[in-house]
Design a protein around this ligand. Structure first.
Ligand SMILES: Nc1ncnc2c1ncn2[C@@H]1O[C@H](COP(=O)(O)OP(=O)(O)OP(=O)(O)O)[C@@H](O)[C@H]1O
Length: 304
């Protein structure tokens, strides 16, 4: 697989405290990578390291195949745009002026791309309004426009939906999907809003105490979170026999419990089991959400 970013045992220590502890992650090209973890798990620290805002204590990363120790790493970073924590905007300037300023900083030869960029993030009609009078959602979108100024193909967003109202969240989601699908931009999003993330992410990395606990694709996660019916019976051997004859997919969990993955007619199943002298004790519909997957993986405790 082609990766935009891989980290290898990347660590950041503050004295004895390990904010990032041998963090190893892999972001495939074209992915929307959901970076999930509790408050203080190390998400922003990792983002700051890869953006070159802080130096790692140990470990390394590769960005577009270039090693972090390479003198030319800044060149690879030009292919990356980021909004870390709150977007840094000039509050006394309009959206257009903010973008012009960024174009100047990047040394871009003309302002030609600015109207298209403003349209892309839905700020084309903000005219003379200054950024200080923007809503939080508008500020976030302007932050993204600024991050997109150098035409990067990797976008890093630290909690982009934080504090947004439902409409702002929808607009942010649509923008991220458009950037990913239409412009083939790989996106790394750190987020606490698991339900929102599950509408976007193609891959997930779960981080806890500075360490990646699990990386999984959305497809694998869907399979792990499959909807099923959990059935408790007096004898799963008889259940197996009946389900086989009904050509139904299932998994035996114990002598008395099984998960059934296909849609089944409960009455038909109960009657068939009765003829095998097998008693049905309970039937439960289950669907593991991203949230319960996360809680099982990382444990409960304090998280938003
Ligand atoms: N300059 C610093 N000195 C000491 N500790 C720090 C410093 N910066 C961050 N930390 C600690 O490192 C840990 C990881 O912080 P980080 O901001 O990366 O977490 P996070 O996963 O982004 O959390 P959140 O979702 O709350 O932003 C936290 O416990 C934080 O207090």
């Amino acid at each position: 697989m082609d990766y935009v970013l891989t980290t290898d045992a990347l660590s950041k220590h503050y004295g004895h405290f390990k904010a990032l502890n041998e963090c190893t992650m892999h972001i495939p090209k074209g992915a929307i990578y959901g970076f999930v973890g509790k408050n203080g798990a190390g998400k922003t620290t990792l983002i700051r390291l890869i953006c070159g805002l802080q130096k790692a204590t140990a470990g390394s990363y590769r960005l577009y195949g270039m090693d972090s120790a390479d003198k030319e790493i800044a060149k690879a970073r030009r292919r990356m745009g980021a909004v870390v924590e709150t977007p840094s905007l000039y509050l006394d300037m309009t959206a257009e002026e903010n973008l012009k300023e960024q174009y100047r900083i990047l040394g871009l030869p003309s302002f030609e791309g600015i109207p298209e960029l403003l349209k892309l993030v839905g700020l084309e009609n903000t005219g003379k309004k200054k950024a200080k009078n923007f809503s939080l959602g508008m500020r976030q979108r302007l932050g993204i426009a600024i991050a997109l100024a150098g035409d990067p193909d990797f976008l890093v967003l630290d909690e982009p939906a934080n504090g947004l109202d439902p409409q702002g969240i929808i607009e942010m989601r649509e923008l991220i999907l458009e950037l990913n699908r239409k412009r083939q931009i790989t996106v790394l999003i750190s987020s606490h809003i698991l339900d929102e993330l599950s509408r976007l992410a193609t891959h997930y990395g779960f981080i806890d105490s500075g360490h990646i606990v699990k990386e999984i694709s959305a497809q694998e996660l869907d399979a792990a979170c499959r909807k099923c019916v959990r059935i408790e019976v007096s004898d799963t051997k008889a259940l197996s026999w009946v389900l086989d004859s009904m050509k139904v997919e299932y998994k035996i969990l114990s002598d008395t419990q099984a998960d059934i993955f296909d849609k089944i007619n409960i009455t038909e199943l109960t009657l068939a089991l009765a003829t095998e002298h097998c008693e049905v004790r309970s039937i439960d519909e289950r669907e593991e959400s991203l949230e319960s997957y996360y809680v099982n993986l990382i444990g409960g405790g304090e998280h938003e």
